[in-house]
Design a protein around this ligand. Structure first.
Ligand SMILES: N[C@@H](CCC(=O)N[C@@H](CS)C(=O)NCC(=O)O)C(=O)O
Length: 200
């Protein structure tokens, strides 16, 4: 299989961590890709018309995207247990929450990178951060006992998203006032799968 990849992407990292946690990392060839909504660059548009990564090209079936589909496929392929039946809807909602934070965080980066400076919309950027801040508060207030449970895809998504906030929005200091989430992140980030995939 081929995984279209950028080391900075939180969504690609989610797939890489899943590959490592399920013992499949040696089954993929990493293919570097980069691009933005303005210029698809080397994004795999042949395989994914949206021009986004991660995209997984399989040997025995159509290419898969996005990260949620790929991670679920990899879990099924390995017979792993990242989507426990009993907690399925919570796990998927937690994954959606974490991915939503990452979506907003990536859009903030694109706003700065893709627009001429005089067209950058500060209110829009702050609106994205407001979504992120609300979602982080919900993680702190409602999800910490779930986060402390057995490993699932929701936790992987949260870990990768928080790593991305540190990487791209470190000056916003998401940890302030969120002690439980910060403590969980410190422990989760020490996992070998997370250490091996730190964004560069
Ligand atoms: N929902 C998608 C989001 C993927 C995504 O936004 N990837 C970014 C990189 S972090 C991308 O490919 N951006 C290129 C673009 O938007 O044109 C997923 O979960 O895989």
């Amino acid at each position: 299989m081929q995984l279209y990849h950028s080391p900075a992407s939180p969504f690609v990292r989610k797939v890489l961590v899943t590959l490592r946690e399920t013992g499949q990392i040696d089954d993929v060839e990493i293919v570097p890709a980069s691009g933005t909504p303005l210029d698809s660059g080397t994004m795999p548009i042949f395989w994914n018309p949206l021009g986004k990564i991660p995209t997984l090209v399989r040997d025995d079936g159509p290419a898969l995207f996005d990260s949620r589909v790929i991670c679920r496929y990899l879990d099924t392929r390995a017979g792993a247990a990242l989507y426990p039946e009993k907690r399925l809807w919570e796990v998927l909602t937690l994954e959606a929450l974490a991915d939503g934070i990452a979506d907003a965080a990536v859009l903030m980066v694109y706003e700065g990178r893709c627009r001429p400076e005089e067209k950058i919309h500060d209110f829009w950027v702050e609106g994205q951060w407001a979504k992120i801040a609300r979602a982080l508060d919900v993680l702190e207030d409602r999800w910490t006992s779930h986060l402390a449970g057995p490993l699932d895809i929701g936790q992987i998504a949260v870990g990768c998203t928080l790593g991305y906030l540190d990487f791209r929005h470190g000056e916003r200091d998401w940890r302030t006032g969120r002690d439980a989430l910060a403590k969980w992140e410190m422990q989760f980030a020490a996992r070998p799968s997370m250490q091996a995939t730190r964004p560069v």
